[in-house]
Design a protein around this ligand. Sequence first.
Ligand code: FAD
Length: 650
Amino acid sequence: MSKSDDKKLGMDRQITRRDFLNGVAVGTGGAVASSALPSFALEALAEPRAAQDKPGYYPPALTGLRGSHAGSFEAAHNVRDGKAPTKRAIATDTKETYDLVIVGGGISGLAAAYFWRAKNASARILILDNHDDFGGHAKRNEFRASGRILLANGGTWAIESPFPYSKTARGLMDELGIQPAALETKCYRRKVYRHLSNGVFFDKQTFGADRLVAPAPGGRRGGGGGPEEWEGFLKKTPLSPEARQDVHRLETEAADYFPGLTSDQKKDKLSRVSYKDFLLKVVKLHKDAIPFYQTRTHGLFGVGIDAVPALDCWVLQQPGFRGLNLEPGPHPRMGYTPRGFAAPKEPYEFHYPDGNATIARMLVRKMIAGVAPGHDAEDVVAAKFDYARLDNQDAPVRIRLSSIVVSVKHAGDAARAKQVDVTYVRDGQLTSVHSGNVILACWNMMIPYLCSDLPEKQKEALHYGVKVPLVYTSVAIRNWEAFEKLGVHSIACPGMYHHEMNLDLPVDIGGYESPKTPDQPILVRMERTPCLPGLPERDQHRAGRGDLLSTSFDTFERNIRDQFARVLSDGGFDTARDITAITVNRWPHGYAYEYNYLFDPEWPAGESPCEIARRPFGRIAIANSDAGAAAYTDSAMDQAWRAVEELHSA
Ligand SMILES: Cc1cc2nc3c(=O)[nH]c(=O)nc-3n(C[C@H](O)[C@H](O)[C@H](O)COP(=O)(O)OP(=O)(O)OC[C@H]3O[C@@H](n4cnc5c(N)ncnc54)[C@H](O)[C@@H]3O)c2cc1C
């Protein structure tokens, strides 16, 4: 792209696009020193006052590259690479002792602290997290636009799960006062977009021409629409005549591709073939039609239809299965998510304007006195948090941010030790604390590097899952008149850098008002899931992670502006004028890995990697949604509860 293209896109415009804390650029962490891990020399020094304790510290309002932001991972990567975590290899011993230290301040770590306190109200707990904010994936983005605040989820989108929330997870939600179904009825403002439709943007590189086509029959993800609707839609697309004909056949006809087989036999067959191969080899769909479907599975799985079993796509209401007459219900060879969605359950869903960051904020407000005003599941949304109170030395629960744990070691033999020493890097400085118990609620694949004493089989199991890389981007725009003019609120972009771009869901709650008219500023939510089609799922995630870690914010911004220009310029959108802020929430280690029976074996009960990985070890227990191999908030809570129980019953 030339300099003049850049100017037209607005790359030179003054929007907030860099990662600054209190006006100081966040560092990129320490370089390498020579000493080996994990035997750090200890030195008693006073810790300098941390950034989170200073006035004005408020990470939700930061824009630019967020999620795994600069400074949050470099020391951990050094440890992974067998190097010293930071330049200064002498650890400061704070002499602090706790009943429980929790590594990871996501929903699982916060829930573990809550459960522990329910058993022992006077317990002293320290939560350490490598990010500059708490919540883990459940992160809040805040924007200021024309005098109003706009909120978005930087990660976890909503309270929703394929399986019903367990008694434990639901009990916690009840204690917090969160009633998802009632909140949905009260707070959703669905009518705001009722005159707008879903659309599909066909891009030149993938489909031969740039074209926005709306309305898309049966919704952007497919699953519905009659023959006339499809005909009208398809003739406006740049798809080849053969592809159009085949898409029409797939979407509107009901053929039994496996006559003579029972429903169970058909399900088994579908579980052993990717949806892409099912479409190409069984349905005989023309290859030109594949790009229209390729990214349908990205949002849930982080990979395209080449790596998702056809059976899972049946549950997700993709086309091609109607004539098979499959009996409703799950099958043992389904992935976790589709297996849960295959059975009907009561509605238990709600999207807070900042996603499940609200759950994290409610947990913190419950445990740390004075951190935020208010008391219920609605007023928390607009409540401003005082980060200076998170790590108060007199408080029973403390949260220490920007602290990357690099070693967790029993003081002596794991079976007999009375104490665990925890060492972390903060501001380039190694620091140690001590605890009677430790819960590792962090990303499980990191644990073998922290606890070198774990059994080898357990380390291997901890390494098995490869977390799903994904990006949630929020773009603040001056108004949404272009969307209104084009008649769309939600656009699938199967060939573009971000495969989705949607106007934010309108939700009014606790004094927070979502934009209602097209002349108001709004957030556009975009999703990107980098992967490498054709490889097994875990290899695709590794490739996607590499892509995310090596992509600069400039590249993200240029691609975002290019996408807005191409999709919306017919509606009068001017990227240079109309984009006012961008936050790219980059999660190279995103969703917990869920097993995929196209590539993973069927393990005997109790022998799957996550079950071996989460075994307790002396005074150390393991939580996080990774420990359940299920990328959901309730899994994070359930695993926290199990870890707390294990340490209490030891
Ligand atoms: C983009 C995105 C969207 C999602 N949407 C949904 C959704 O809509 N609904 C849903 O139910 N689930 C969703 N999920 C899944 C989500 O991961 C879970 O819901 C849940 O929030 C996971 O919580 P957790 O505490 O287990 O893990 P995390 O939130 O990942 O928290 C673990 C924390 O530990 C930290 N950590 C790791 N290593 C270290 C270390 N060495 N030292 C210190 N800290 C460390 C991590 O950085 C992180 O902050 C989504 C996930 C992502 C990434």
